[in-house]
Write a protein that binds this ligand. Structure first.
Ligand SMILES: Cc1cc2nc3c(=O)[nH]c(=O)nc-3n(C[C@H](O)[C@H](O)[C@H](O)COP(=O)(O)OP(=O)(O)OC[C@H]3O[C@@H](n4cnc5c(N)ncnc54)[C@H](O)[C@@H]3O)c2cc1C
Length: 273
């Protein structure tokens, strides 16, 4: 470059910087991708219910209608799968990708990623009436379970609290007018507790479907979320769900908190290495 030429050149980046803007090389834009992606994932997670149709099919989901409707993947009619080479194929039980259609359940994402699923659904009513039948012995509980699976219940699940407290839950769709009041287990009340001593309960259908999510079945007690004070002040309605517990589990797996505590406990008891 000849002496003095630079002074005459108009360099856009310098002008932009003088105007208070930051100018970076196109390569350096990558450093913006990470925060953008993090924010995108956070927004996505906030707006999405924990279990997805793709996850339930890839992981062989079973739920309270399965005694009548089959496992989640039994309701699958068609799916689009993103393959490792970047192509997307539509799989049905009788097209050229039927092997993938039948191999997909229980594949846990190892064969490809489901982008679109066509699933059979059943008509729903706005509310659900749940009957809790309590049994003191396993044999009578299982005999009743078998009998009701041949009956007219829309949903059936059961909880074994101990060998002498087994509860069979039979749920049926009802209209709103048939529900005297609707229970809310999304915040202060814990779903599994009234199963033992409340013969009948009523829930909105969405709350019934997500009934185990607030407390991750009963596991939320391991992180103190069933303590009324912590439940209200630390967790709050928006954090009482399996997304929070999954995050805590991942955090624990990364930092090994419970592993360290168990080791400490063993060494205090004199059983440590
Ligand atoms: C509160 C709660 C209640 C539950 N109740 C039941 C229950 O009643 N019955 C039951 O069976 N399970 C139950 N589960 C487990 C849950 O159904 C399974 O873990 C399910 O696989 C989770 O789906 P997900 O969308 O969260 O998938 P993830 O947990 O994100 O993934 C699960 C697996 O599926 C793969 N996967 C996810 N999405 C796709 C996709 N689109 N294409 C390909 N692979 C994919 C992932 O790679 C991973 O291997 C429950 C879980 C919770 C938290």
């Amino acid at each position: 470059m000849r002496r003095g030429l630079g002074a005459k050149l108009w360099i856009p980046s310098l002008a932009l910087e003088r105007a208070g803007l930051e100018v970076v090389d196109i390569e350096n834009l990558r450093r913006h991708y990470a925060p953008t992606l993090d924010a995108w994932v956070e927004r996505f997670e906030q707006r999405w219910d924990a279990i997805t149709a793709g996850g339930a099919v890839a992981g062989v989901g079973i739920e309270a209608t399965s005694f009548g409707q089959g496992l989640v993947h039994h309701t699958l009619r068609e799916l689009d799968v993103l393959l490792p080479d970047g192509s997307i194929v539509t799989c049905t039980p009788d097209n050229e990708h039927r092997d993938l259609f039948f191999g997909f359940p229980n594949s846990y994402g190892s064969l490809g990623y489901a982008l679109r699923l066509v699933l059979e659904t059943v008509p729903v009513k706005p509310c659900v009436r749940v009957e809790h039948l309590r049994f003191g012995q396993a044999d009578t509980f299982f005999a009743a379970l078998e009998q009701h699976c041949a009956g007219d219940a829309d949903f059936i699940d059961g909880v074994v609290f101990d060998s002498h407290a087994l509860v069979l839950n039979l749920a049926r769709f009802i209209d709103e007018a048939q529900a005297p009041s609707l229970s809310d287990y999304g915040f202060e009340r814990i779903y599994y507790r009234p199963l033992l001593d409340t013969p009948v309960d009523h829930l909105a259908v969405r709350d019934y479907i997500w009934r185990w999510d607030t407390d991750w079945f009963w596991c939320s007690k391991n992180v103190g979320a069933q303590n009324p004070l912590l439940r209200r002040l630390v967790f709050g309605r928006s954090r009482l769900n399996s997304r929070t517990y999954t995050r805590l589990m991942r955090w624990n797996a990364r930092w090994g908190i419970t592993r360290r505590l168990a080791r400490l406990q063993l060494s205090l008891l004199g059983d440590g290495p």
